[in-house]
Design a protein around this ligand. Structure first.
Ligand SMILES: [Fe+2]
Ligand SMILES: [Fe+2]
Length: 150
């Protein structure tokens, strides 16, 4: 839950921290939503009786990820982000990874393995991507807004 210093923690140790903030309101609020959805999957895996609950949560995460990437790419185009093509390619590659994870869970993954993959694949990728790549978009938008008053 969100506290006054902006730190949000959910059950099972997944936390949003200030070092993940890009400073762009739209991007940050969608990232927080992604973290919440991931936390829902981890929680469903830990509670672990009904395999359908994490399946629905995983499907929702996959579709929200696609929406988030599309919104982020639209923002990049709107503000003339110079590294758009490379960033979009990174998104496209991760969509393939996420779709493969959904497919894998539907066919053979246990809750325990799903939980482990969520940490090793999704959380690992997302935190690195936010800090390393998305932060650059937010910085570019801030710069554009300053120089052009947009
Ligand atoms: Fe991104
Ligand atoms: Fe992002």
């Amino acid at each position: 839950m969100e506290t006054s210093n902006g730190k949000i923690s959910w059950k099972y140790g997944l936390a949003w921290s200030q070092e993940l903030e890009t400073g762009n309101e739209t991007i940050d609020s969608q990232h927080k939503q992604l973290f919440k959805l991931i936390s829902d999957i981890v929680e469903a895996c830990m509670n672990g009786k009904d395999a359908d609950v994490p399946k629905k949560a995983l499907d929702f995460l996959a579709s929200y990820t696609v929406k988030h990437f599309a919104d982020e790419e639209a923002l990049q185009l709107q503000y003339g982000f110079p590294d758009y093509e490379r960033h979009k390619k990174i998104h496209d590659d991760f969509k393939v990874t996420a779709a493969a994870l959904v497919e894998e869970y539907n066919s053979e993954l246990s809750l325990e393995k799903l939980n482990s993959k969520i940490h090793s694949v999704v959380i690992h990728w997302l935190t690195r991507h936010i800090k390393g790549e998305d932060a650059k978009i937010a910085a570019h938008i801030r710069k554009q807004a300053k120089t052009q008053g947009v």
